[in-house]
Design a protein around this ligand. Structure first.
Ligand code: CO
Length: 300
């Protein structure tokens, strides 16, 4: 079956790999709540920060019960890293202490550099219906942790997309894939952030340097990595083998509909990580300073 390709979706040749990375671990995540009672699954939690350096956290949220999300995330601070919020479905209003405001909606991304610190709120702008998405925390190198805060709202239409000969449809949020540059680039950590839709039976190959850490989070149907089937709502961590040249995903032919997965990779910073809640620095002293500065009202 072929469907017409929208003009903004690039057609690309397939990539191939000589030696795909093996699966290392499947992670279920932990059900928790954050902000004002928002139910979510913390897929990448603190115990995996060293393993998945430069990533510090990945939360998945998804519910059509307003009670699970309506409270949103009222005013709270951040310092020392970047937050990347990807909205699959729903509308969220963002406001920060520097006067920035934006609306994040279906398919859009907000990329925020907390830097030396800001206070912001993220509140649903809907009272019913499905709210689904992800928040990823990307660490900043020590030299950039105290830079000026910055943010960008990326509307869905601004995210480059491509389709492979196998019919795999890919949205390139960050980095570069199959010659298509994503919406965001970062020099130090080289983040790659893809949303990949695989029809039943289709394969997708993504070349990657062996030292970059990579996770795959499946959120529709299931995906094979080697001979292991990764079910929906599970994160796969792939091994960093020196001879491996990338990641190979394959949707089982028995899937009833299109599988969908996030592929997130990056170059590790290999710097010490000191976290206390929304503050992520390199040393305990810097974290204590962040708490003090916040309490003194210096995050503006
Ligand atoms: Co926040």
């Amino acid at each position: 079956m072929t469907t017409p390709r929208p003009p903004h979706v690039h057609a690309v040749p397939a990539a191939s790999l000589a030696q795909p990375r093996p699966l290392e671990q499947i992670v279920a995540g932990v059900s928790t709540s954050d902000g004002d009672g928002v139910k979510l699954t913390r897929v990448l939690h603190q115990t995996l920060q060293e393993r998945l350096d430069p990533y510090l956290m990945l939360d998945a949220f998804g519910s059509d019960n307003p009670g699970d999300y309506i409270g949103g995330f009222p005013s709270h601070p951040h310092r020392g890293f970047e937050t990347v919020t990807y909205m699959i479905s729903g509308r969220m209003r963002h406001r920060d202490s520097h006067g920035h405001e934006g609306l994040l909606s279906n398919g859009g991304v907000q990329w925020m550099t907390a830097g030396r610190g800001l206070v912001h709120s993220e509140l649903p702008e809907q009272e019913e219906g499905l709210m689904e998405g992800f928040q990823l925390w990307l660490n900043l190198p020590a030299k950039d942790k105290m830079r000026e805060p910055w943010y960008r709202d990326i509307q869905s239409a601004e995210i480059p997309e491509f389709v492979t000969p196998a019919g795999v449809h890919v949205r390139v949020i960050a980095g570069e894939s199959h010659g298509i540059a994503g919406a965001m680039q970062r020099e130090q950590t080289e983040p790659l952030y893809l949303d990949i839709a695989l029809p039943p039976g289709a394969e997708f190959a993504q070349p990657l340097p062996p030292d970059h850490n990579v996770l795959v989070y499946v959120f529709r149907e299931s995906v094979f990595i080697g001979s292991s089937e990764i079910p929906t709502k599970r994160m796969a961590i792939l091994a960093n083998e020196p001879d491996a040249d990338g990641v190979l995903l394959r949707a089982p032919a028995t899937n009833h509909s299109t599988a969908r997965a996030l592929l997130i990779a990056g170059k590790p910073l290999r710097e010490p990580i000191a976290q206390y809640g929304p503050f992520v620095m390199n040393t305990r002293e810097e974290v204590m300073q962040a708490v003090h500065d916040f309490q003194q009202g210096r995050f503006r």
